[in-house]
Write a protein that binds this ligand. Structure first.
Ligand code: ZN
Ligand code: FE
Length: 255
């Protein structure tokens, strides 16, 4: 049975994610921007946190980890490479390592770019990927530590996943990301439909996440860097996918 997944709005525009295995009762919390809303959401579902999975060291993803761990006894898991700048870890993981939530097994992906130690968690049987500030809804994280080449290689891993994989990212940045996407891809009908759907969700105070990889591939300009026709339409026909990605990322930084 797939993990049951729920978004928990935190701070101004962050999401923590709950992933619950009904068969065993195991529940993972992916990132802890603050503990209180997560503790309330767990109680509302009747779930008990057994694992905390950290994606990267930024404060808006870890500030509540120690409080939540103390309140629940959950096992804290994060990147070995970032152990020196994460809350104390019970388990330190690297790319390719497995993480088990009840009956479901996930795989750790190294996704450097936003930070060098950023990891993502892919649960293939549940068709879910927890991507935080690597792949975001219609966008991707800013390059604070890594290079554009690193981020492109990180995003390319998601392109390998089945198109029904649900992308669970760390922020509600979708409307702003769509505004940028429309500036470089104004004739994309799927993107225009997405803009209307996302606005309707936000007007109803609903999250725009999670979102399928299929929708990301059709509308996320950073992933569309892989499409030669899109590159040609942007006048970037001479560049490869990584080069076009770097160009688009720098355009977004100045948008
Ligand atoms: Zn971050
Ligand atoms: Fe963040």
């Amino acid at each position: 049975m797939p993990l049951e997944i729920a978004a928990v709005p935190c701070l101004a525009d962050n999401y923590a994610w709950l992933a619950h295995d009904a068969a065993t009762g195991a529940t993972a919390v992916i990132d802890v921007p603050e503990a209180a809303p997560i503790i309330r959401a767990l109680a509302a579902h009747g779930w008990h946190a057994s694992h905390i999975l950290i994606t990267h060291h930024h404060d808006d993803h870890i500030a509540g980890v120690e409080t939540l761990a103390a309140a629940t006894g959950a096992r804290v898991i994060g990147a070995a490479a970032d152990a020196h700048r994460l809350p104390p870890l019970d388990e330190a993981l690297s790319a390719g390592d497995q993480v088990r939530i009840g009956m479901d097994g996930g795989r750790v992906l190294a996704v450097p770019g936003h930070t060098l130690g950023h990891i993502a968690y892919h649960f293939p049987d549940s068709r879910a990927a927890f991507t935080a500030d690597s792949l975001m809804a219609c966008g991707c994280g800013r390059l604070f530590e890594g290079t554009a080449g690193q981020m492109w290689a990180s995003l390319a891993q998601f392109l390998e996943m089945p198109s029904d994989t649900l992308i669970c990212s760390g922020h509600e940045y979708t409307l702003a990301n769509i505004r940028f996407a429309l500036s470089v891809d104004p004739d994309n009908e799927a993107l225009k439909r997405r803009a209307a759907a996302a606005k309707a969700l936000r007007d109803a105070a609903q999250p725009t996440l999670p979102v399928t990889m299929a929708e990301e591939i059709a509308t996320n300009p950073f992933l569309r860097a892989a499409d030669p026709a899109f590159r040609a339409a942007l006048g970037l026909g001479a560049l490869d996918a990584a080069g076009a990605f770097a160009h688009l990322r720098s355009l977004k930084d100045r948008f």
